[in-house]
Design a protein around this ligand. Structure first.
Ligand SMILES: [Zn+2]
Length: 346
């Protein structure tokens, strides 16, 4: 089956195939294939039609397999039932000296046999529909991810618009709450008669104005997040949160959008073209290739620029790139000597 090809998965599949045929093996295979299919990105809207129909076929195979397991256990129970009835029927016939009735257990056993075959056929059906699902995904992979890329960009823009609208609405509401407090304070502070009245005002023996005008209680100014991990809460400034949310929804570098699958029409052209330095690429190069500068050899501080050397992209310090050719050569010679010295030591 086209499940993940790592040793762990292969081992699980092998263990299932070594089980004796029967409902337990189909059950194990069912759990294994369902778990595998859960890893596939099938829960998003707008699946390509080929993938959608292959997915439906797989899900219907899952249902059929579940029914087959239930059918098998029902048929086994029916054999016991039929065996009891046979004995009763024989007993009655013998007592009355009549011809013996036809054995019910034979038909019931044939049903068990059928259900056994169904179990095995269901194993095959699960495997076939699972593989057809993966094949369908593989077939539309390049086009599908291209659609997903443009859809995700449109969805991000829609989210940014929605956050922009929420931001404006929250600020409007927050300003209105603030205006209530400000209105009260300014009138009370400016009109002495009101000021005096408010000062003396009591409600149930408490200074009601003071109790009701606590600036920190103003709605929409702070955002409280429950810290599930460490307990307690984190209080954040609402404006800062909204600004962070707006910033998070700005267009962002997404490495995978710069790549295409091997069977994409643009693959060869893309692979043959040079690429320009970008912050996300510098980070990715440091992670994958290492932080060392191709000119001075130092990795601390980490190299911060991607340059092309004889058609090969290398990570360098931007400052080293600005050195003269002679200075660069000198650094490279030093680096080579240091490498040799290091080699001699070991
Ligand atoms: Zn350098």
């Amino acid at each position: 089956m086209r499940t993940l090809s790592d040793a762990h998965e292969r081992d699980k599949a092998r263990r299932i195939s070594r089980m004796p045929a029967g409902p337990a093996r189909l059950g194990a295979l069912l759990r294994y294939t369902i778990k595998d299919a859960e890893r596939l990105p099938l829960q998003i809207d707008g699946l390509p039609s080929e993938v959608q129909s292959a997915y439906q076929a797989f899900e219907s195979a899952v249902e059929t397999a579940r029914d087959a397991i239930t059918g098998h256990s029902d048929s086994t129970a029916a054999v016991n039932e039929a065996a009891e009835q046979d004995v009763k029927g024989f007993l009655a016939s013998l007592r009355e000296n009549k011809a013996l009735p036809k054995l019910k257990r034979l038909g019931a056993r044939a049903k068990v046999e059928e259900s056994h075959v169904s179990l095995e056929a269901c194993e095959k059906l699960l495997g076939v529909t699972h593989d057809e699902l993966v094949d369908a995904m593989r077939e539309v992979w390049a086009d599908w991810r291209r659609d997903l890329l443009s859809q995700s960009e449109a969805s991000r823009e829609a989210a940014a618009d929605a956050v922009g609208a929420a931001d404006r609405a929250i600020k409007k509401a927050s300003g209105e709450y603030q205006a209530i407090l400000s209105l009260d304070h300014e009138i009370v502070g400016r009109c002495r008669d009101i000021g005096r009245q408010v000062e003396e005002e009591q409600r149930a023996g408490t200074p009601w104005y003071q109790l009701t005008h606590f600036p920190t209680e103003q709605p929409l100014r702070r955002l409280v997040i429950v810290d599930e991990k460490h307990g307690g809460t984190i209080s954040l400034d609402m404006e800062a949160v909204l600004a962070a949310l707006r910033a998070a929804l700005e267009p962002q570098a997404f490495g995978a959008s710069e790549w295409v699958p091997p069977d994409d029409a643009e693959h060869a052209t893309l692979q043959a073209s040079e690429w320009t330095s970008a912050p996300w690429l510098v980070k990715a190069m440091r992670r994958v290739i290492g932080p060392h500068c191709a000119i001075c050899g130092n990795g601390r501080p980490a190299a911060d620029f991607v340059a092309h050397e004889d058609g090969k992209a290398v990570l360098v310090h931007e400052s080293c790139l600005h050195l003269s050719a002679a200075q660069q050569d000198k650094l490279e010679r030093q680096r080579a000597r240091a490498k040799m010295a290091q080699g001699a030591r070991y």
